[in-house]
Design a protein around this ligand. Structure first.
Ligand code: NAD
Length: 478
């Protein structure tokens, strides 16, 4: 990759002024590639190309053919799976096995949405005698996609593939800290037969290319995944032209363990849902709430897992790799330092850490017991920091679980069927997992937040519908 990373109207090109952004390997801190620094002018070109492709080509391609192209795209991702997974691993600093799963998921989105493209339909509506009323389900036209660095391949799958399947043409602004897997997949989309101009990618900084896309008057829908603060800026920019948006924001997701839970089943899941991608997962299970009678037992079992955690370079496939950047590592370490200064009890710290000092490593840490008022109980750390808090009964568990501004995912561990359902209804979250947890998984499962975690749904059939709008046609025929 030599900095020619803008893909507009079916061609690779550089930014007009030739400026680039360095791509850094988080495992070593070394620069190994470069991205074009696209700005408003390049976004204008990309949106114009997407508009042309929508008007002249893509809207005339039948849903079944759209689906076939996307299904072929998925097969090509599988064919090049190892190569793209290694890129994702190096670029994000994500342990190799986790990167491999992400590439499989990207391919699976192509299979799922490719298969669904010709099954998406409108309705006829009952109305007065002498009328036939249709609710036509139509694409928006041009959709803009702002993607973060933590799961580039998966996010590309769940938003861009769904939008293409629904019949839109797209402009993507991926995260500037990691997006090489997306760039690698673009060539495969063309090989699969996607017409020129249907998929456009503009690399660049958020406050330049990202802001230009969010505020573009000729974009018809924005899909944003990222932090709540940036989400607010994106909504403000989109509102200027009345452009609808989907907001997939952060989380502080609780895992609630009742005394009757099957701990043997729960423990590896509780641990995995936090350390996955070094805690840089919006749906990370970053708060553990445990019924008091089993609190010490859970903390001690989790501590043993934390202490045995291997932290190291992503390509060595450790349990936990580096964080994405020096800035992100400093941010997480500052949370840990503040916790230590306030004498928050440390239950465990990951034992072994290898990898060069220039890499962005943070050893996972478990704090317990943690007061619900402590910032670690309600702020998104976006790093490998877990807090555990005891509760007394179901009402107390619910009150603690719902006590943050976020509402993305929740996990409930209990053998009591009534409680499983009561908790599922009462938890303020977009997804509830009972006796399991699905951070990031489940292409078929609608995903999204409530409260500060955002609105709108991606993934599953609901995600496909969210890239369409309804047009009502009333025909009076007497
Ligand atoms: P971010 O908000 O900094 O950036 C997200 C994207 O927006 C990037 O492409 C960035 O370049 C772009 N951007 C930045 N400023 C912009 C602006 N002014 N206008 C338009 N675009 C702009 O987020 P991040 O640091 O990349 O990701 C971490 C955050 O994302 C966390 O809060 C995490 O919880 C959240 N996240 C949420 C989900 C979800 O599905 N709910 C998934 C992954 C990450």
């Amino acid at each position: 990759m030599d900095g020619t990373t803008l893909f507009i109207d079916g061609r690779w090109r550089s930014a007009a002024d030739g400026e680039t952004i360095p791509v850094v390997d988080p495992s070593t801190g070394e620069t190994f590639s470069a991205l074009s620094r696209g700005r408003a002018a390049e976004i204008d070109d990309a949106v114009a190309a997407a508009r042309r492709a929508y008007d002249t080509v893509w809207r005339r391609v039948s849903p079944v053919e759209r689906g076939r192209i996307l299904a072929r795209f998925g097969e090509l991702i599988q064919r090049d799976h190892e190569r793209i997974a290694e890129l994702e691993c190096r670029d994000v600093g994500k342990p190799l096995a986790q990167a491999q799963k992400d590439i499989t998921a990207a391919s699976r989105y192509c299979e799922f949405y490719g298969g669904a493209a010709d099954k998406l339909h409108g309705e006829t509506l009952p109305y007065e005698a002498g009328y036939t009323v249709l609710a036509l389900r139509e694409p928006f036209g041009v959709t803009g996609h702002l993607i973060p660095w933590n799961y580039p391949a998966q996010m590309f799958g769940r938003s861009v593939i769904a939008s293409l399947a629904a019949g839109n043409t797209v402009v993507v602004k991926p995260g500037e800290d990691a997006c090489l897997s997306i760039l690698a997949m673009v060539d495969l989309a063309m090989e699969a037969g996607l017409p020129e101009g249907v998929l456009n990618v503009v690399t660049g900084f958020g406050n330049e290319a990202g802001a230009a896309l969010a505020g573009h008057r000729d974009v018809n829908h924005i899909s944003f995944t990222g932090s709540p603060a940036t989400g607010t800026l994106v909504q403000q920019a989109a509102a200027v032209h009345n452009v609808p948006a989907t907001m997939e924001l952060g989380g502080k997701s609780p895992q609630i363990i009742f005394a009757d839970a099957d701990l043997e089943a729960a423990l590896p899941v509780l641990y995995g849902a936090l350390v996955q991608n070094a805690g840089q997962t919006c749906s990370a299970g970053s708060r553990i709430l445990v019924q008091r009678s089993r609190f010490d037992e859970v903390v001690s079992a989790l501590s043993a897992r934390f202490e045995a955690t291997r932290v190291g370079p992503a390509m060595e496939d450790p349990d936990v790799g580096p964080l994405i950047s020096a800035r992100q590592a400093e941010r997480v370490k500052a949370f840990i330092e503040r916790a230590e200064q306030s004498e928050l009890p440390v239950a465990a710290v990951a034992g072994t850490a290898t990898g060069p000092e220039s890499g962005f490593y943070v050893r996972p840490q478990l704090f317990a017991p943690v007061d619900p008022a402590n910032e670690l109980s309600h702020q998104e750390v976006f790093g490998p920091v877990l807090v555990a808090t005891p509760f007394d009964d179901e009402a107390h568990a619910l009150q603690l679980a719902n006590a943050t501004d976020y509402g993305l995912v929740a996990g409930v561990w209990t053998a009591d069927g009534g409680r499983q359902l009561r908790m599922s209804h009462a938890l303020e979250a977009g997804q509830v997992f009972v006796n399991c947890y699905g951070a990031g998984g489940g292409v078929e499962l609608p995903f999204g937040g409530v409260k500060r975690s955002g609105y709108g749904r991606e993934k599953g059939m609901e995600g496909l519908k969210s890239f369409t709008r309804i047009k009502t046609v009333a025909v009076h025929h007497g």
